[in-house]
Ligand binder design. Structure first.
Ligand code: NAD
Length: 499
């Protein structure tokens, strides 16, 4: 009998009796490991009502105490990190060490958010008029929704929940139906850490659950991370109902290699950033842009050399550099795009199609793939492949290398490898992309900055986590105060001028 992954509502696991279910796979073997309940409007209503009740308690606990509870959550997550990482690896396919990173980068945001007493301080101005003071307060929104993708089943729910909870909100998470076990476990640990039942609820499901969450009148804000078409439609849906929304989408991240760059460092950086987690990271580098033919020839040779040493393996295999992709459909789509690259005339130097792992012949594996002489009109350049495929697009000069990521539809991350400070500075200033790395292949900002792509990679005006995260989850109230003695002279009918 397969396990049924439940929802987590009001402090307990709730079986989705009578609800439709969907298979959850172990990508490393291709087997079905469990089924997940797909909740609909009724289940969402149950979760939102529980979150509304929890809000009455949670929002009135002082922020320092809330911070302590968040830190206890961190402690419990760390204590259970091995079990959580194995669960991520089983359902997602990434390797166990990589799954530990997924947890760690989420935990760091919760640690940051535990500083809420400082982060939530308002402003104060005294004597803005005679006897008049003004101050502002940041207040929580109420119940908020977090809709998250499959590729970081711990990190992204923790980004959403950490900032939302620190600010005094309660949250209903709707994680990816492809790897839902870890979000349920994280919610369970939140209750163990001392949060009231209902502060973090998890409803599993697909589009029906998402629509019901957006449309529930008590849900005040919608935070989404996933593919661009869904991000865009959720942003339009939520904002049309007057809700606050931030929706982050897909990516096509470039890494520019200048002729003066350390090519060994650049090649090492590219190998990890393109093939780590089988390329299923929104900050994966999928396009290398060497500047000049000589740089390109040397770089491509170094990449080919290093690719011979890559080990693809099962998620729990010791020494595996990367594992399978998430589903059979993902494998089919990636392999279809590789064929499109061949048909459109790119040079396929390393072909990952048909790669297998011994003993796991039914797993969803795609080997590391390298294309050279890709051009900007090809599908493999324009579309997000979200697999272990690296495209080399040779630029004739720096201006062309700067123009490519700047003009691409997506604008999540970009990086430049160079030894020249002036070039690096010019690039970081002018490139039309949200997150930039200089000699850093995956420039994911640390928890106290903030994460957000531009153009088709992000809809909304505030980034995830950092101070932007706290701003997104609070509304500002401004209070102008004058004590009774200040109006002894009677009513005033003109606008005060401040003195
Ligand atoms: P996805 O868009 O398929 O799913 C994301 C979430 O939306 C899931 O919870 C899913 O259940 C839900 N969903 C799917 N279809 C829906 C629909 N029609 N209506 C409403 N909800 C729907 O994305 P994914 O495949 O899980 O994740 C991979 C994508 O996420 C990639 O494009 C990747 O670049 C992107 N991503 C972006 C960031 C970022 O911060 N910009 C971070 C991680 C992943």
């Amino acid at each position: 009998m397969t396990t049924l992954i439940p929802h987590f509502i009001d402090g307990q696991r709730v079986e989705g009796t009578g609800e439709p279910t969907q298979d959850v796979f172990t990508p490393a073997t291709g087997e079905v490991s469990a089924q997940v309940s797909l909740g609909g409007a009724e289940r969402v209503a149950e979760a939102v009502e529980s979150a509304q009740r929890a809000f009455q308690t949670w929002s009135t606990i002082n922020p320092q105490r809330r911070g302590r509870i968040l830190l206890e959550w961190v402690r419990l997550i760390n204590e259970n990190a091995d079990e959580l990482a194995r669960s991520i690896a089983r359902e997602h396919g990434k390797t166990v060490p990589d799954a530990h990173g997924d947890i760690q980068r989420g935990v760091e945001v919760v640690e940051f958010a535990a500083g809420a007493p400082h982060l939530l301080k308002g402003e104060f101005s005294s004597e803005v008029g005679r006897g008049v003071d003004v101050h502002s307060i940041r207040q929580p929104l109420g119940v908020v929704a977090g809709i998250t993708p499959f590729n970081f089943p711990a990190m992204i729910p923790l980004w959403k929940a950490g900032c939302a909870l620190a600010a005094g909100n309660t949250i209903v998470l709707k994680p990816s139906e492809r790897d839902p076990s870890v979000p349920v476990r994280l919610a369970e640990l939140a209750v163990e850490a001392g949060m009231p039942a209902g502060a973090v609820n998890v409803v599993n499901g697909g589009k029906d659950a998402v629509d019901a969450l957006i449309e529930h009148e008590a849900v005040q804000a919608v935070a989404f991370v996933g593919s661009t078409p869904i991000a865009q439609s959720i942003y339009a849906h939520a904002t049309s109902l007057g809700k606050r929304a931030q929706c982050f989408g897909g990516a096509k991240n470039h890494l520019v290699i200048m002729p003066d760059a350390d090519l060994d460092q650049a090649a090492d950086g590219l190998i990890g950033a393109a093939f780590g987690s089988a390329g299923e990271r929104c900050m994966a580098i999928s396009v290398a842009v060497p500047v000049g033919e000589e740089t390109a020839d040397k770089l491509v040779a170094k990449l080919q050399e290093r690719m011979k040493d890559l080990t693809m393996g099962a998620s729990d295999q010791e020494g595996a550099d990367f594992g399978p992709v998430v589903t059979a459909q993902a494998k089919e789509r990636i392999e279809g795009l590789i064929q499109a690259g061949v048909d459109e005339g790119a040079d396929l130097l390393v072909d990952g199609r048909g790669a297998t792992v011994e003993g796991h012949e039914n797993g969803f594996y795609v080997g590391a793939t390298l294309f050279d002489r890709v051009t900007a009109d090809m599908r493999i350049y324009k579309e997000e492949i979200f697999g272990p495929v690296l495209c080399v697009l040779r630029a004739k000069d720096y201006e062309e290398a700067l123009r490519l990521p700047s003009e691409h539809e997506f604008g999540n991350g970009v990086s430049i490898f160079t030894r020249d400070g002036d070039t690096a500075r010019d690039f970081s200033t002018r490139v039309n992309v949200g997150m930039v790395g200089v000699n850093v292949p995956i420039p994911v900002p640390i928890a106290y900055y903030s994460f957000g792509g531009w153009k088709a990679s992000g809809f909304g005006d505030l980034n995830q986590y950092g101070t932007d995260g706290l701003k997104f989850y609070t509304k500002t109230k401004t209070v102008t105060t004058r004590w009774p003695s200040g109006i002894r002279s009677g009513a005033s009918f003109v606008m005060p001028e401040g003195s």
